[in-house]
Design a protein around this ligand. Structure first.
Ligand SMILES: [Zn+2]
Length: 277
């Protein structure tokens, strides 16, 4: 049983898109694989509720009706049931959207931020690199990097909080940058670049859980060091950093074999859904 003073984390999934298994593991075939959009609800004593990402929402459908955003919908057709939306899941738990004080944005890809507009009161935490990329890319260039501006709240500049400005920054023994927020010293945000610019994951010491976002798409591939199909390189921010981050996480896992490492889209992550970790 978690003590009252501890952070509580629960994982949920809001919709999924499909791709061929081959995309994730080049040795596999053309069977369809579901990419679940997993997010975390985090309760911090004295601070309240935070979320890490939001998964898909109805806003994805409305934001991708016209060119160039419609290309994103064609590339990753999304399935989302009403009861799977973050806002509905929270409401069933008795949590009003205004109780979510912070949403940590791992990175600005649509499958991670499509629900942001459902939480108009939340402060939005991310890295400077992730935020400024959204500001600098427009039109097709933005869509090709997984960024759909219509999903980003219009008042984001008033609500954004850069993790660099509210935390102390260190590099751990595996070479990964860790951001420690003074209010929650046992909960670290990890800089995991490669898949997307300035991408964040988190490590919670209490539960020994490392949520590595999209540093890999599949846990088996991560364990075996298998990189995605080369064709996805165009969507990846830096292939070099993706490989480097995977190697650093692999060393971190080997040094802490009991650590649970999970990835946003891996089917194995579903085993942890809805259960407090
Ligand atoms: Zn993703």
């Amino acid at each position: 049983m978690a003590k009252e003073t501890e952070i509580k984390i629960a994982l949920y999934t809001s919709g999924f898109c499909e791709a061929h298994e081959k995309v994730v593991n080049p040795k596999k075939g053309l069977n369809k694989l579901r990419f679940y959009a997993v997010w975390a609800l985090i309760h911090v004593p004295d601070l309240g509720y935070m979320m890490f990402d939001t998964g898909y929402s109805n806003h994805f459908e409305t934001a991708t009706r016209s060119f160039p955003e419609i290309l994103y919908k064609f590339a990753t057709p999304v399935q989302l049931k009403h009861q799977e939306k973050a806002i509905v899941i929270l409401s069933k738990k008795g949590i009003h959207h205004s109780e979510i004080k912070y949403i940590i944005i791992s990175h600005f890809h649509a499958d991670h931020i499509a629900g942001l507009k459902d939480f108009p009161e939340a402060k939005l935490i991310c890295t400077k690199a992730a935020f400024y990329q959204t500001q600098n890319l427009k039109g097709l260039s933005a869509v090709s990097k997984g960024i759909i501006h219509k999903l980003i709240p219009n008042d984001i500049k008033e609500r954004i909080v850069f993790i660099e400005d509210i935390s102390s920054q260190t590099t751990n023994e595996f070479g990964i940058t860790e951001y420690t927020w003074t209010q929650i010293p046992n909960f670290k945000l990890l800089l995991l670049p490669g898949h997307a610019k300035g991408m964040l994951g988190f490590y919670d010491k209490g539960s020994n859980l490392l949520f590595a976002t999209d540093a890999a798409w599949d846990k088996d591939c991560f364990n075996k060091g298998i990189m995605p199909l080369q064709v996805v390189r165009i969507f990846i921010d830096s292939w070099f950093d993706l490989k480097d981050t995977m190697e650093k996480l692999s060393r971190m896992k080997h040094a802490n074999p009991d650590m649970k490492i999970v990835f946003t889209h891996c089917p194995k992550t579903l085993q942890l859904i809805s259960n407090e970790i």
